[in-house]
Write a new protein. Sequence first.
Lengths: 253, 58
Amino acid sequence: MNKLTLWFHKFGSPPIFHRIAGLLMPWLYGTAVLGGILAMYGGLFVAPADYQQSDAYRIIFVHVPCAWMSMFAYLFMAVNAFIALVWRIKISEILAMASAPIGAIFTAVTLLTGSIWGKPMWGTWWTWDARLTSELVLLFLFLGVIGLYNAIEDRRQAARAAAFLALVGVVNVPIVHFSVNWWNTLHQGSTVRLLGPSRIDSSMLWPLLLMALATHLWFFASVLARARVSTLELEAGKDWARNVVLNERTSHE
Amino acid sequence: MNEFFAMGGYGAYVWSSFAIFVIALLLDFAAPRVRYRKTISELRGRYTRQKSRQEKAA
């Protein structure tokens, strides 16, 4: 085996995953919180008001990063679901199922903050246009994956069924992303573009990108936190899990 | 300072959005921690029962 596959197998083994995730988590949470606070400072204090939307546009600093995370979380879940279905790698099942609730949270925040932004700018909380509807479908997909996973008794069978649903639902992600180009909608087009210049001033861009970075770090911290619990639950019969549980200092009384 | 909180008349919208964001992340932070503690105490109970059963059998 080459070094990469060796590393992959090592990290994929539940006891090593559990340990390394435990070491990484505080750093990920810490940098995410620091970045988030700095981004909020930049977004609320430093960035000037928008010439059309005045201060209401500041909702962008939470709405857009959450929207990106909703799609990112879904793709992360789908990739892990694919690996879980094809190669039956336990840790991928765990990671796929761990990302579903976080994705659901980010999607819900996207919809809620979008609604709050829509009221003063569009004059309505909600409209059944392509962007909003496809994002709502994304939320239902996350909830469907969580529901299916919890509806089946056998954990590994449940993970495979839910992974299948996650994989089928991935068609919705490009629909969410391109909906503002494909259909007429109230929703504004992309502000930040990978190709070509972004349509936003740098004083507004840096808090947005920093918040995006922070939410990514947060996502991985949260995935690891959830996956750690699942590795213990799934491997409860193994010696390493017994050692971890009996050496855990947190008192349960 | 008041002007800052007013957000040009959009204060309620801006602040509620940021509040939802922060509260959602706090819940996201708490959920796995609660589950971890519950799992540890459950498994600890299971292991102790197993141990006492084995000792009785021996």
